[in-house]
Design a protein around this ligand. Structure first.
Ligand SMILES: Cc1cc2nc3c(=O)[nH]c(=O)nc-3n(C[C@H](O)[C@H](O)[C@H](O)COP(=O)(O)OP(=O)(O)OC[C@H]3O[C@@H](n4cnc5c(N)ncnc54)[C@H](O)[C@@H]3O)c2cc1C
Length: 384
């Protein structure tokens, strides 16, 4: 008898999980709230680590395709002082396959491949332990039951309440994202400033980071400490940050230019030429978030261990998805499924706790009263 398995969410965690099961001819139902794969911009670039995201793609049989699409040169990193002086410049070798970059949209399409995702199926609630298995309720009022429901539905998971009463809390740091297109032809000076990969400037309690995506697209992240408006809906990415009105592009631009006043003119040009601004208050789950095991439901990725964006969340999400799928595929007897999930959870919690601690400490150093902290952090992780 085959297991009836559903994964909620078609992000890196859910798609990797489903793709590895598909490779092993195990059926899986993928339920995604978005109405289609192109319903919203896919976001910026991701660096996939050899022993995490790339390992997951290998388990999905997609490593060669990833290597053809990814950008090893995107690993280049440059750090500037607020006056524009280059403090560090780490070029990337084209044969360095440790952490190549890939656009999120390319990664999503690669993982989607032959998967038959059910789009427009927002889940509102999961109730484990019913007579017929774990019950999934949808926004349109329908219900379905499965032997195992995997919550891969991100930061504001609707599956998590079935296991844990914990909700994400604000770190005190907000990113405001903007972007530039055709940077090589429209802004050649900025293209040179950014280089082949990423460029970052660290000041007192604030930072500006610019990252190349493919096709001359650049994402810029202004990072700073700010309180949230008490009236804001913190369950939404775009919840308002005190002092910023996300709807008014020119007002946000003026606020950001005032916040970064005194920084070198070419650096501020990243904000002057940016298109729309998207505030992203950074929320996290507590380090070492765990729950009492409940048969029939589990969590993966951000739903289980939301952490600051220091290049690990998608990598962990994908690796977990691949590992759980491989374990399930190797378990023909439905009676053994619960033990497989229990063992997976123990392994996920131990590994995620380590990285959650690392990224929490990292965020404190990157958006710090002492900009030398950011430099020291990079010196400790970059090859000399
Ligand atoms: C600015 C920024 C930069 C980052 N850079 C990196 C990086 O370079 N490297 C890295 O490893 N990580 C990075 N991260 C972290 C990374 O984006 C996340 O950790 C990763 O996307 C988590 O994957 P996930 O599949 O768990 O969740 P998500 O990517 O959030 O996917 C969840 C999916 O579930 C769907 N969903 C949500 N609710 C429901 C519902 N109720 N019903 C059905 N479907 C639902 C969503 O629409 C979405 O498709 C970054 C994050 C940010 C904010």
């Amino acid at each position: 008898m085959r297991h009836r398995i559903a994964v909620i969410g078609a992000g890196p965690a859910g798609l990797t999980f489903a793709r590895v099961l598909h490779r092993h001819d195990c059926p899986v139902t993928v339920l995604e709230r978005d109405p289609g794969s192109d319903a919203r911009p896919p976001g910026g670039t991701l660096d996939l680590h050899e022993k995490m995201g790339q390992l997951a793609l290998e388990k999905a049989g997609l490593l060669a395709e990833f290597e053809a699409l990814s950008r090893p040169e995107g690993q280049a990193m440059r750090i500037l002082d607020v006056d524009g002086t280059v403090l560090r410049d780490w070029p990337a070798r084209p044969d360095d396959l440790a952490n190549p970059e890939i656009d999120r949209g390319q990664l999503r399409d690669l993982l989607l491949g032959p998967l038959d995702v059910q789009w427009g199926r927002g889940v509102t609630e999961v109730m484990p332990g019913t007579r017929d298995g774990a019950l999934v309720r949808f926004a349109d009022g329908r219900e379905e039951t499965f032997d195992l429901v995997i919550g891969a539905d991100g930061a504001w998971s609707r599956v998590r309440p079935a296991l844990s009463s914990v909700t994400p809390h604000y770190t005190g740091v907000t990113l405001v994202e903007t972007s530039l297109d055709d940077v090589d032809t429209r802004h050649p000076d900025l293209a040179r400033l950014i280089g082949d990969g990423s460029m970052a400037v660290y000041g007192v309690n604030r930072a500006l980071v610019a990252q190349r995506n493919s096709g001359g697209h650049v994402k810029v992240y202004a990072q700073f400490r700010a309180p949230l408006n008490t009236s804001a809906d913190t369950s939404a990415d775009t919840s308002a940050v005190a002092g910023l009105d996300g709807a008014d592009v020119e007002a946000v631009r003026s606020s950001l230019l005032a916040l970064f006043d005194g920084w070198a003119a070419p650096v501020l040009d990243l904000l002057r030429h940016g298109a729309a601004f998207i505030p992203r208050p950074l929320h996290v789950l507590p380090v070492s978030h765990t729950w009492a095991h409940v048969p029939g439901v589990t969590l993966l990725g951000d739903a289980a261990h939301l952490m600051p964006p220091l290049g690990l969340g998608a990598n962990l999400a994908m690796l977990e998805g691949a590992e759980l799928a491989e374990s399930i595929a190797a378990t023909p007897d439905p009676g053994d499924l619960d033990e497989v999930v229990r063992a997976f959870e123990e392994q996920m919690w131990a590994r995620a706790a380590k990285w959650a601690e690392f990224t929490a400490a990292g965020l404190e150093r990157l958006v710090s009263p002492d900009p030398a902290e950011a430099l020291a952090l990079f010196d400790s992780v970059q090859p000399s």
